[in-house]
Design a protein around this ligand. Structure first.
Ligand code: FEO
Ligand code: CA
Ligand code: CA
Ligand code: CA
Length: 685
């Protein structure tokens, strides 16, 4: 909503209101607070001296009507498909008139160095380094021509199914319980990271272009540059990179983003589990969740093995062992937890870790609506229970010419190395404040972050710890953000939080099993925003306090996770559901809605309610046991790409909708699914 519409008398600093009061406010707010006006309208308002809403008692000046003509704030897209029924099949489900194909499943060779994928799991670590990784997640399509039937698909590979990856799962020494086979561990490291895959549409089917020179893999071992406040910091010195300039690998790449200048952003999410400090955890390691005992897959078990190269396994053990940080890997984990920028168009470019955007369990990274001459803003959620939402505001002002830059990594340096990182505080009146994370930022105990941290690099290293001190709002697991191209409103999935025993305004449900989607609009100041809740996940038969958006069998969902707008203003919502009340009715899915068209008589934006819930339509259902995640669309809107992660027993054929015959056991393969209309026209409308 625009802050122009909110009543300052509702302002209440308490974050601990009783559940029912908070909820009542939400339900009544949604009828009036969400303005359809976008950022450009807000800029117009700025000229009439709209005053701050960040303090308790400052009155809000009502703006006069803006005089500048405004661009359209409402999409003209109208969803024109029938919502599909829930499904629990080993196959994907698409609307009538649509088709779905499997593209680039795990193990697809990218070049001639890789042997074809073998159904017995016997491909080697080298094969894996030259083939598509496992557990596809965030994704983006970069077209190479105007029609968009040829391009580069960048795909995140979040983690591995170690049983499916090897012929018979991982091998352990029966006595020590430690990993024993080097090639197995290398294969696991190589199955992580990102794939860049050239794809082409040929006879209405997308194909991977083998041996294309753009095809490449970034793995859990690929050398990457460090940029921003932590570059060359003593906090990043290791035996491998004594000057703190580089880190090896990107791990647990979950959500993604892309930049206005044509690069891919991959986000490091649950990376702390890959490291262990068997000595004393630092405060920062304790805050982020580094283990004291073991690493996620036991990669450090092979430390010191005769065939180990450049401490490739030892580095996952971050216990201080040497005389200084340059003698061991105590700082190895400090090179993880970032947004990583990749230039897919330049096959020889190195990936860069953009530390200025914070270090935490990044789910995604989404840029806000661009305005020439204003900073570029990136949003990123920290996906854990009671963690925070962040935004980064660049120091450099956006120059639209940079969209066509041919030196894309240098452009990334310009916008992503210097700026201000903020954490979000959601207030009970529908207002919110962005709390800067800088040395002079006020903490809730009346001091500054400079009392706790010696440098910006230290703040970044322990971003969540800094956000604790300034009083950010603990959320129900922030996942992906998406920006409405018409209104500029930013949407964020809050996937669930079964541990919530105390509500706050932005997270109003106790034991939030089904999740919700919150949205906000920025004000003309970097530090203020206004927000409301767009939709609550729920089973269709949930009671009145649960099914707050009036969902039915045709759109019930839980645990929203992947989230994306296409440029037509259609919001795509993907699920990663663990709630049985919905899982009994349907596998994970992808729904669509056009939020900017949900407005009241005064053109104020509305959330999803029983009155308009039919506008939220189920477009796609994934196969058994999978999560549906990652969204891309061709520029002509004729192909939607979505990823199937951790399927149980899928795919059966290249026709993604073809059901695996009953009783058939397959080695499951995560894959991209491409959904097209049978007539080849634009999807969804
Ligand atoms: Fe990897 Fe937050 O999902
Ligand atoms: Ca996710
Ligand atoms: Ca998730
Ligand atoms: Ca996942």
């Amino acid at each position: 909503m625009s802050k122009a519409t909110f009543d300052p008398t509702l302002y209440n600093k308490s974050n601990n209101e009783p559940f029912n009061q908070v909820l009542d406010k939400h339900l009544s707010r949604r009828n009036f607070v969400k303005s359809g006006l976008g950022l450009s309208a807000m800029t117009a308002f700025a000229s009439v001296g709209l005053t701050a809403c960040g303090s308790d008692d400052t009155p809000v000046t009502k703006p006069v009507d803006p005089v500048t003509p405004l661009p359209p704030t409402k999409s003209t897209a109208k969803l024109n498909f029938t919502s599909v029924a829930g499904s629990r099949l080993d196959a994907v489900v698409v609307p009538e008139g649509y088709t779905a194909q499997v593209l680039a499943p795990w193990g697809t060779p990218l070049n001639a160095k890789a042997a074809p994928w073998k159904s017995d799991g016997s491909n080697t670590a080298d094969d894996q380094a030259n083939s598509v990784g496992m557990h596809h997640d965030g994704m983006h399509f970069f077209p190479l021509n105007d029609t968009g039937n040829d391009g580069l698909l960048c795909i995140n590979h979040e983690y591995i199914d170690e049983v499916a990856l090897h012929p018979a799962g991982q091998t352990f020494d029966p006595t020590s319980g430690l990993r024993t086979i080097i090639d197995e561990v290398r294969k696991e490291i190589n199955a992580h990271g990102v794939s860049v895959v050239r794809i082409k549409l040929v006879n209405n089917q997308w194909e991977v272009v083998s041996n294309d020179n753009h095809n490449r893999r970034f793995t859990g071992a690929t050398v990457m540059d460090i940029s921003g406040p932590l570059a060359y910091s003593s906090l990043l010195e290791t035996r491998y990179s004594p000057d703190g300039s580089q880190a090896r690998g990107t791990l647990n790449n979950c959500g993604n983003g892309y930049t206005p200048w044509g690069t891919y952003l991959t986000c490091e999410e649950n990376w702390p589990g890959y490291f262990a400090n068997r000595g004393t955890l630092t405060a920062e390691q304790n805050r982020i969740g580094i283990s004291k005992t073991s690493t996620r897959y036991g990669w450090d078990d092979l430390a010191g093995h005769d065939e180990e190269r450049l401490d490739e396994f030892a580095r996952f053990d971050v216990t201080p062992k040497g005389a200084s940080a340059q003698d061991d890997y105590r700082n190895e984990a400090n090179g993880h937890g970032y947004i990583v920028e990749i230039d897919p168009f330049n096959p020889t470019s190195r990936a860069v870790k953009r530390t200025a955007l914070g270090r935490f369990r990044h789910e995604g990274c989404t840029f806000g609506k661009l305005t020439e001459g204003k900073p570029v803003v990136f949003y990123s959620g920290h996906d854990s229970q009671f963690e925070y939402l962040y935004k980064f505001v660049s120091a450099a002002a956006w120059d639209a010419k940079d969209a066509d830059s041919s030196n894309r990594i240098q452009t990334g340096d310009k916008y992503m190395n210097e700026g201000t990182l903020y954490a979000a505080k959601f207030n009970a009146n529908g207002g919110g404040v962005w709390l800067p994370l800088t040395l002079d930022s006020q903490t809730t105990d009346g001091k500054t972050l400079g009392n706790t941290f010696a440098s910006l690099a230290e703040i970044i290293l322990n971003t969540a710890g800094a956000a604790d001190l300034v009083g950010a709002t603990p959320m129900d697991r922030p996942e992906w953000c998406a920006v409405d191209p018409f209104t500029g409103s930013i949407y964020l999935t809050l996937t669930n939080n079964s541990k919530r025993t105390e509500t706050n305004p932005a997270n109003p449900r106790l034991k939030n099993h089904f999740g919700h989607i919150i949205r906000w609009d920025e004000s003309d100041k970097d530090t203020e925003f206004t927000w409301d809740i767009f939709v609550f996940g729920s089973p269709s038969d949930g009671n009145a306090e649960t099914n707050l958006s009036g969902l039915t069998d045709l759109n019930q969902f839980a645990s929203p996770d992947g989230l994306a707008f296409d440029q037509r203003g259609i919001l795509w919502v993907q699920t990663d559901n663990g709630a049985k009340e919905v899982a009994e009715e349907t596998n994970d899915q992808m729904l669509a809605i056009v939020p900017s068209t949900l407005v009241d008589g005064q053109e104020k934006q509305l959330g999803v309610t029983a009155d308009n819930q039919m506008e939220l339509k189920r477009f796609f259902v994934g196969p058994n046991d999978c999560e549906v995640t990652g969204f891309a669309i061709s520029p002509d809107y004729t192909s939607v790409f979505a990823n199937i992660q951790h399927p149980g027993n899928w795919p059966y054929s290249s026709n993604a909708a073809e059901k695996t015959p009953a009783g058939t056991t397959l080695r499951p393969r995560a894959a991209t699914v491409v959904i097209r209309k049978l007539d080849g026209k634009e999807v969804a409308v």
